[in-house]
Write a new protein. Sequence first.
Lengths: 449, 100
Amino acid sequence: MKTVRIGSGAGYAGDRIEPAIDLIEKGNLDYIIFECLAERTISLAQKAKMEDPKKGYNALFEYRFDRILEALKEHHVKVITNMGAANPYHAALKCQEMAKDKELKNLKIAYVEGDDVSSKLNDYQDYVTIETKKPLSAIDGEVLSANGYIGCSGIVEALKNDADIVITGRVADPSLSLGPLVYEFGWSMDDYEKLGKGTWVGHLLECAGQVTGGYFADPGYKDVPELWNLGFPIIEVDENGDGVVSKLPNTGGIVTTETVKEQSLYEIQDPENYFTPDVIADFSKITVKQIGENEVRIENASGKAPNGYFKTSVGYHDCYIGEGQISYGGSNALAKAKLAREVLEHRFEMIGLKAEEVRFDYIGVNSLYKDSISNEMGQYIPNEVRLRVAARVKTKEEAKLVGNEVEALYTNGPSGGGGAVKTIKDIVSIASILIPNDHFHITVGYMEV
Amino acid sequence: MLLKEIAHSRTGDKGNISVISVIAYKDEDYDLIKEKVTEEKLKDYFKDIVHGKITRYEMPTISALNFVLEDALGGGVTRSLAIDMHGKTLGSALLEMEID
């Protein structure tokens, strides 16, 4: 039976490159995917593109392709990646230029466009956003980007036209893997059971090391060998859509039913209805079976017809967050931190800080779980406490005041405060709307070397 | 007994929603986990943090539960004032829950 081997070379924009190189060289792969586009990343990329029309693709694009281009060619591995971000065309152009510089021959680079609907946003002002339940027009900050999560159709088309490297912008993460499976096995786009299975494969691959023992270790409970040498995953998929998750021998990490179960449910809400542009995947009856060391058989995902809409992320400038931190030591550390908080509360009132919300944390005491859970887990006398304050405000000037007041605790606050830091974050948020998929015009362009 | 003795967990996020899985190490503990780790139990446990609805999905074929916690991330990942804005550490708290 024909099988297809897909590896994962990145699980986020800044991921390591060595495990990807290892996979290309030794993984006997047909494809490698690089998933590098978190929800907000594309808005920041759009900003970069506005400043320089040749930019707006992944910041590590050149670094990665410089390290992998020759190996891809030598080992006949095709790449599918959303590293094009806000500018797949210029990313492809850069890739072509790099391939020429390396004197590579017979390489076809495809770029998929059509996810960017920012120029048509006026048509959707009355669409209600998923986050706020209000119409899009209610957003008062500057809109920076609007990109639909398009499905795998552009990738499939590119592969049909013999592309070796497919560069996309916003595509649903699992579609990066579903594309090559649909193409290789000739699955019909209404064979929802297979599309659901392929979506599970894509979901397991999209966070790279998170299915091979990354984000898993809990010493004494779940131990992972050589975590520093984590191997990235390979899934070998059958033509019926089931498969085997593994990693390279001589790498760190671990592939067990436990790692696969954790990643299967990661960021999934209702397991019976996982919405993607290609299919509503059904993971509610999945089965996993250990068939060898670091080899897990995955079966029984399924799916239903998609809903006909592409979820579209609208990135907008939302607010600023001003933050400051300072540490106190000794057995009276918590009392000093509490006094510092009291000082800050008075100071914010005296200077008239206009904040939508202010939050205080005692790091080491209650910063993760607030008070009720922290108390339930047990109280102790900490010998160091770090006070943190964060405030959400409208302007940068207002945000500056927050950290400045923390810094002023050096000379004006409780005794022995140390290590004060202050930061200002310019916050881009996302509002999501559902746009009918026939409003999108997906195109594929090609460049050859 | 603490939940962590019989289950493991991973936490993900989407906007202002936290998703926490609870997975039995051994299939035979799944029924006990199902009995003890309920929506009501989480509602009370996370009362300082989660302000919306909590929904539990059952996954018998992999002996797991999946919890969806709404209004759980301080207004959403991007604008949350929490140091852990994604709520990634919430699963570790859940595993510390006493289940007897």
